[in-house]
Design a protein around this ligand. Structure first.
Ligand SMILES: [Zn+2]
Length: 181
């Protein structure tokens, strides 16, 4: 099956979260998929981000990460997920912030201006400083990180059309099973 960067894959609401979400079902070792493990997919990510990412107006057109900076960029991606996931789950993560900042500094040293790495780094800094961190959540279906911009802050899924419907279908399926003697 051919892969494409659809709007759903930018449901994070911030570039740094969309980058972290390039790993699908991160905590399910059997079903986990790393979209950036396929080089073409990592290289086509920036042009899709310029089209679909919620922060696109802030960074405009961005270029792919230079080959020699890819390892640092992927390390930054992991640090982003580690820190923000911990911040959401345990309202903590302070001990992980140092690691994130270190990964940021390392990535920025090799990053070209106007590139994905630099844009992601800036997105991270905006997220660290966001005034309403309680809006950042973990999708109850796929485990992605996302920002809940809804008025009453009641979103449980990264994308209602995809994960919300899947969760509903699962509940329905479970109920049916339970009803069957
Ligand atoms: Zn989801």
């Amino acid at each position: 099956m051919s892969f494409s960067w659809t709007p759903h894959r930018f449901a994070g609401g911030a570039l740094a979260l969309d980058v972290a979400n390039s790993v699908v079902l991160r905590h399910d070792a059997r079903r986990r998929i790393d979209r950036f493990a396929v080089r073409d997919q990592m290289r086509s990510f920036p042009s899709a981000a310029a089209e679909f990412c919620a922060e696109r107006a802030l960074f405009g057109d961005i270029t792919p990460v230079a080959e020699e900076n890819e390892a640092d960029f992927l390390a930054l991606r992991e640090a982003i997920d580690l820190y923000f996931r911990e911040r959401i789950q345990n309202s903590g993560g302070d001990q992980l912030l140092a690691g994130l900042l270190e990964a940021l500094a390392k990535t920025l040293r090799g990053a070209s201006p106007g590139g994905l790495a630099a844009a992601t780094a800036h997105s991270v800094l905006r997220l660290i400083a966001m005034p309403d961190p309680e809006r950042m959540k973990i999708c109850g279906n796929c485990g992605w990180l996302f920002i809940d911009r809804s008025k009453n802050r009641s979103r449980a899924w990264c994308d209602m059309a995809v994960c919300g419907n899947r969760a509903k279908a699962n509940r329905h399926y479970r109920r049916k099973k339970e009803e069957t003697p």
